[in-house]
Ligand binder design. Structure first.
Ligand code: XIL
Length: 406
């Protein structure tokens, strides 16, 4: 099979090497803005497209999970039952590359408990069985969130009734998967500085009814049902140098510090990492944030990695190089922190990415944010990821992975 990244040769750009890949990506802020506005390259300094392409490592065709596990890092992806059931080639690629499976929607509250105390675990069970049958770890996502919840959830005549909804949902769900889900996203996206609270907590139905203590309660309820599961606080928008990202990092750090001080059973931070191909990536703030989180005694999982090409140029070769560059730069940064031991992409193939719907391109071309293209061919992104895994330091073996699969 000829890997798609040989197409990188088609990116014949003037004066290669005049600026670095990273500078190239940075300059796209201007380029991207004009593309998004539907215009040509007016109003910006003429962009220089010279950059060194991603180098293709010798082990570029080794499955991602294997390259990662050589450094005691878990690699996996989110997926959905209907995709695995309807596309056997995709299912084969999933098994080849992934050591972790995360249900993209099947364990969200709206699916699991559409009516009060009436549970539907069939889609989640199908995925848990698929994972077990193929020697893949199964990770639950997500118990408490403000999105994809049924209309009744978080609404009742008393706070006590809302608390019962929350604890019953968590107890029943974690109990059902105890011993099968090695880890859970317990609380998702509880920080939002834009909501204006001094503690940066997001104003949700849960916060409104129960106050900030709902977060501690959620973790304790999950831990009671499965004391062995790795319980994760998961959030987005933490990666960049913007004021908003800095506020989000501050909010998350404050939250985690408070939880640890209260003895809350939280074991890891999940960094979603929905990245933008057009944003320049400066690693220093992220690196020190990761260190502060690790110093709290927490592990760090990259939980929903993808790189949006929404505002990148139309040329597929250029787009793929830039996306690959962001994968490599980001992973090189986060993997410098030894507490980061898990990398999960939000999907595996461009054919099924949520970004087709949530971040479509203005030119209506299909988006290309994931490791495999729409024909399930490996993209330059895989080379970027493997370069980052290759250059990362080894880690202690992961306790929850059977020794035979490490
Ligand atoms: C997304 C799914 O990928 C979509 O299929 C669904 O329609 C909406 O949710 N952050 C999260 C994920 O924590 O649950 C979201 O998943 C993506 C953003």
């Amino acid at each position: 099979m000829s890997p798609a990244w040989t197409k990188g040769a088609a990116v014949s750009l003037p004066q290669p090497g005049r600026i670095t890949r990273r500078q190239f990506v940075a300059r796209l802020g201007c380029f991207g803005a004009t593309v998004a506005a539907g215009g040509l390259l007016t109003g910006c300094a003429a962009p220089s497209f010279a950059f060194s392409p991603i180098s293709i490592p010798a082990n570029a065709s080794v499955p991602l999970k294997q390259v990662a596990s050589d450094k005691a890092i878990l690699f996996g992806a989110a997926t959905q039952q209907w995709i695995l059931q309807s596309d056997s080639e995709y299912a084969k690629d999933f098994v080849k590359h992934c050591g972790v499976l995360v249900p993209e929607n099947e364990l969200k509250w709206a699916t699991v408990e559409p009516q009060p105390n009436s549970f539907n675990f069939a889609p989640g069970d199908w995925l848990a069985d698929f994972a077990a049958a193929n020697g893949i770890l199964f990770r639950g996502h997500c118990l408490v969130w403000h999105n994809q919840i049924p209309s009744w959830a978080g609404r009742a005549t008393s706070a006590a009734a809302i608390q019962d909804q929350l604890t019953n949902h968590i107890s029943q769900t974690v109990r059902h998967y105890a011993g099968r889900a090695y880890s859970w996203d317990v609380v998702n996206e509880a920080i939002n500085p834009d909501d204006g609270r001094p503690d940066y907590l997001r104003k949700t139905v849960w916060l409104n009814a129960l106050g900030p203590a709902y977060i501690d309660l959620a973790f304790r309820t999950a831990a009671e049902e499965d004391p062995n599961a790795i319980l994760v606080y998961n959030d987005y928008g933490l990666e960049y140098e913007t004021g908003n990202a800095a506020a989000r990092r501050a909010g998350v750090l404050k939250l985690l510090t408070g939880l640890k001080a209260s003895g809350t059973p939280v074991h890891a931070l999940g960094i979603q990492a929905h990245l933008q191909g057009t944003d320049s990536f400066n690693s220093s703030s992220l690196a020190s944030f990761l260190k502060e989180v690790a110093d709290l005694g927490l592990k760090i999982f990259i939980t929903e990695l993808d790189v949006s090409d929404q505002r990148l140029p139309a040329d597929i070769g250029i787009r793929d190089e830039i996306v690959a560059d962001v994968y490599q730069q980001f992973l090189e940064t986060v993997l410098q922190e030894p507490a980061v031991n898990t990398v999960i992409t939000w999907g595996l193939s461009d054919k099924y990415t949520w970004l087709n719907q949530f971040s479509p391109r203005p030119d209506h071309q299909p988006v290309r944010p994931l490791p495999l293209d729409r024909s399930l061919q490996p993209k330059t992104a895989i080379a970027g990821m493997i370069n980052a895994f290759n250059s990362s330091a080894g880690r202690p073996p992961l306790p929850y992975v059977p020794a035979s699969t490490q």
